[in-house]
Design a protein. Structure first.
Length: 287
């Protein structure tokens, strides 16, 4: 570098140093350029004094049970949020505009019990969503990710899920990886459409050997794709009580309709014969 450029470089370094000294950092957290890391600090509340230009926030392995909407709304440039191994429940509030740029969200190892349309509907830029290892997560609404059309990586492994509507994931045009392992899947006729989609889609399923049926007992521990043929046969050929009732009603209606048609045909034939015989008698009398 020429001598004429040195004053500019020294001035730049001086200004950067002064700026870094003026940037606050939350207590018990470490701050680097655009990153705040509070991993394993036994925090019970969301940290304060987070720099407003933070793009990566790591709160992993703490005891945080609530994410305040007001504080997070100021982090307009946040693209990466790691909240795994905390105590977060269903009172998540991602409806504020400030999270519109969020790309990566990890909520694994928390206390989620359900995912509704409103849970992530405002995170329009979300690409990676990890909600695995939430053992109490038992329900995901079929339109839960309707607004997350950029989602490529979704992990719902090791939860309490027994069912997942096919449209929930089939309608995600950019989905490439879906974690489903070690759940409590109930492999019945209601899940057949989802299993068929798994076999036909181009989505990658990591740990596929552990995507198994939990119930019924006859299918326990069998891989979900492997039971597709068995479910397809049983679901299309098995008749339930209501099916027999329906068939009986249809048969009765057909029998009744046939009987009525035969009766009407007989009545018409009799009436025709009567009129025909009367006509012949009148002709004989005239002769």
């Amino acid at each position: 570098m020429s001598s004429s450029g040195r004053p500019w470089s020294l001035s730049l370094l001086f200004l950067l140093g002064m700026a870094s000294e003026g940037i606050s950092c939350p207590s018990r957290c470490s701050c680097q350029y655009l990153e705040v890391n509070c991993t394993g600090q036994q925090l019970e509340e969301f940290p304060v004094d987070i720099p407003l230009d933070t793009r990566q926030l790591i709160l992993a392995a703490n005891n945080v049970s609530y994410l305040p909407a007001v504080e997070l709304s100021f982090l307009a440039d946040l693209v990466y949020l790691d909240c795994r191994k905390n105590l977060l429940g269903d009172d998540l509030d991602f409806t504020y505009i400030g999270m519109a740029k969020l790309v990566y969200l990890d909520l694994s190892f928390n206390n989620l019990t359900q995912v509704t349309f409103h849970t992530f509907s405002h995170l329009l830029s979300l690409v990676v969503l990890k909600i695995s290892d939430n053992p109490n997560l038992v329900a995901i609404e079929k339109d839960a990710f309707a607004n997350n059309t950029w989602l490529r990586h979704l992990d719902v492994s090791r939860t309490g899920l027994t069912f997942l509507d096919t449209s929930t994931v089939r309608d995600l045009p950019n989905l490439r990886l879906l974690g489903l392992s070690d759940n409590l899947w109930h492999c019945n006729c209601s899940l057949l459409d989802f299993i068929t989609w798994m076999m036909e889609s181009n989505v990658h399923f990591p740990d596929a050997d552990n995507i198994t049926c939990y119930t019924p007992a006859g299918l326990h521990a069998l891989r979900m794709p492997a039971v597709e043929a068995q479910l397809h046969f049983s679901c299309l050929t098995q008749l339930y009580k209501q099916d027999y009732v329906f068939l009986c009603l249809v048969g009765f209606c057909i029998f009744f309709a046939g009987t009525m048609a035969a009766w009407l045909a007989g009545m018409c034939a009799v009436i025709y014969e009567v009129h025909a015989s009367k006509g012949e008698e009148e002709e004989e009398e005239e002769d």
